[in-house]
Design a protein around this ligand. Sequence first.
Ligand code: PMP
Length: 396
Amino acid sequence: TNIWRDVPPGPPDAILGIAQAFRECTAENKVNVCVGAYRDEKGQPWVLPSVRSAEEIMLSSENKEYLPIEGDSAFVNKALRFAYGANAPLDRIAGVQTLSGTGACRIGGEFLSQFYSSKNILVPDPTWGNHHKIFKECGLTVGTYRYYDRSTNRLDLQGMLEDLRNAPDGSTILLHACAHNPTGCDPTDEQWDQLLDVIRQKQHLIFFDSAYQGFASGDAEADAKALRRVMDAGYPMLLAQSFAKNFGLYGERCGTLSVVCHDAAQKDILMSQLKCIVRPMYSSPPKHGSSIVRTVLSDEKLTQQYYQECASMADRIQTMRQRLVQALQDAGSSHDWSHISEQIGMFAFTGMSAEMCDTLTDQYNIFLTRDGRISIAGLNDDNLGYVAKAIHSVTD
Ligand code: PMP
């Protein structure tokens, strides 16, 4: 008997499906600007030399024992200081190692679903598509707040403020800590003032997703500004932290989930509950990535080297941003592309329609998501002019 006869095929993942189509495309001029991973000037993945050095040290020093349920606590402490700052009050931050940022969102969502009074979580419109699915799986009700104004290609501050005001008191608000994906558009300091005012009045709970710290500006301290400001102001908050982009550890699945607590006794209680969530899900996290981050951040010289390498990735992306705008002008485009050079992080949110994106893929073999998002890291000397001309031809 065929017991799985009635199982329907699942829908392909929006982003990973495009990556598959890129691999299958045989055209010589194909370009992948869909990937959410750094590529060097030759279009190749890059392992940071500081990461390689850490791995060489680890080869003789690390064993393959299980990590505890909560992960490598030395790594978690380093990671939390990286995010919250050197003077972070670690005695009252409950933190566990997670399967990168995705796993951190999932553990945080499960925690909220079990222990927080409100089951509403609001995510920005638009946001990383997986947010919707993750929090829904956790049993939360996922709503959106306005974030981006497509007519101006800028933050929709009034819309966002209004939606935060109209949400039920005490809702969880998911905020991107920096380099908002997919728009590359972050609030300014003054805009954060206004947003945090409303969040305080409404007693909303902040859930920061930090997937690009250091990768955005090249300076991990600067990229943590919004998060630290919320921390200093004493707001309750959660943080999902990923080391995929800033350390180039995509496949190592390394991150943390942390909850800022009232005091040290509460931290112990929350830690015990976070462990109860992790244990039946995957028992304990993988070890290699967290050992790398711990090794790098425990060594003064490697840390300095790492900061430079991270800045060099951010630099290349910022340079390519400017060069894309220039190349669009050189190709003859008279559109205002200034938003592309103002945006930060991995992506350019171009403003192209889904139909324009389809034409780019069908006629020019340029693979991107249908929301008009381009991974700047996918651009290099060899393909920049070609991509700019193609964008000009579909937007003219
Ligand atoms: N949050 C955001 C906003 C992201 O862009 C990503 C990666 N695309 C993640 C979380 C999670 O990535 P990972 O699980 O690889 O850390």
